[in-house]
Write a protein that binds this ligand. Structure first.
Ligand SMILES: [Zn+2]
Length: 327
């Protein structure tokens, strides 16, 4: 018996390992497409960009309505609250608001942590003649929809890393919501290994369908890691560098506060949508089929990255490390 036992032990270990194979190992993009339905993506987008949300600013209280919708979506899709009631509260210009913050599984400070985010707010109601509601369908109901759908998809699996989902308030007031959360994370010792932010993904990039560009493209290996999983998904947009878009969305707050590799994915290239920060930024004008493809590809890509425990790092040798520019 003593001679057989180690062999038996190894066999049990081997077969035990085989049967416990992680479902993400064999995950195919087609499976993701079967789960993240276009109809639900449209439903979320149209809800967040509806006139009843009044352009999602705190002033009009439309933001609270949108945030309440997100919290109940999280609750009904196995996404737990990271802070009580999902609220990270802050005050901007004397008005109280909050970021919505959820998590998948329990939070373990000894594990790596990935943050997936988008801003939920927009610029509200302006003027009183004609259409005065700035719905912000592309900016950024589209990005918020991505975080909700990706979160719901990822929530069905067990992960070895912490996954936090955040919908930011007051991006349009100078990234205030993101700065608040980044500072709070720093204070509380919540260390983010990398962050992926979604901003304006409702139109089709001029270079092709099912593509996004990444801000700060050359700063890290993240585009490469993503394109390994989904070839040609992440593009370089020269305008993103010229206009310094790396600094113009919520990712920047996490970089600035904690030097986190934090980047934004977008498909708005300044040529493919005429309603940036205009009242006409309505859900009906968006390419929702392409948007849903982007969401599916992003969900698939992130699932693979998280499962493989990819390490996202700044590329020091490029001379483009953002800390040199970001003052
Ligand atoms: Zn935006």
């Amino acid at each position: 018996m003593t001679k057989i036992t180690p062999l038996l032990f190894l066999m049990v270990l081997f077969y035990g390992y085989k049967t416990e194979k992680h479902p993400i190992e064999d995950l195919q993009l087609e499976q993701v497409k079967n789960q993240i339905q276009l109809s639900e993506t449209q439903e979320i987008l149209f809800t967040l960009a509806a006139d009843s949300m009044k352009g999602r600013d705190t002033k009009s209280k439309g933001y609270y309505k949108a945030a309440t919708f997100v919290r109940s979506y999280f609750k009904s899709n196995k996404i737990a609250a990271f802070y009580p009631e999902y609220k990270d509260s802050l005050s901007t210009k004397g008005r109280n608001t909050y970021n919505v913050v959820g998590r998948l599984g329990s939070y373990d400070p000894n594990k790596k942590t990935i943050l997936i985010g988008a801003h939920l707010d927009h610029i509200g109601i302006r003027g009183s003649v004609g259409d005065s509601i700035y719905n912000g369908a592309n900016d950024n109901a589209s990005g918020a929809t991505a975080v909700l759908q990706i979160g719901k998809f990822l929530a069905q699996f067990e992960w070895d890393q912490n996954i936090i989902l955040a919908l930011f308030a007051d991006e349009e007031q100078g990234l205030r919501g993101a700065y608040h959360l980044a500072k709070r994370f720093k204070k509380e010792g919540v260390s983010i290994d990398y962050m992926v932010n979604f901003e304006m993904i409702g139109t089709t990039l001029t270079t092709g369908a099912n593509q996004v560009y990444m801000t700060g493209y050359n700063y890290s290996n993240m585009p490469e890691l993503m394109n390994q999983k989904s070839p040609n998904f992440v593009q370089y947009l020269p305008e993103a560098k010229e206009l310094n878009l790396f600094r113009r969305s919520d990712n920047y707050a996490f970089f600035k506060e904690s030097n986190t590799p934090a980047f934004t994915l977008s498909s708005f290239d300044f040529k493919n949508f005429d309603y940036y920060h205009k009242a006409g930024d309505e859900a009906e004008l968006l390419h929702t089929e392409n948007m849903n493809r982007i969401i599916c590809t992003a969900a698939f890509t992130l699932a693979k990255m998280i499962h493989k425990q990819d390490r996202v790092q700044f590329q020091l040798q490029t001379q483009q490390q953002p800390s040199m520019e970001a003052q």
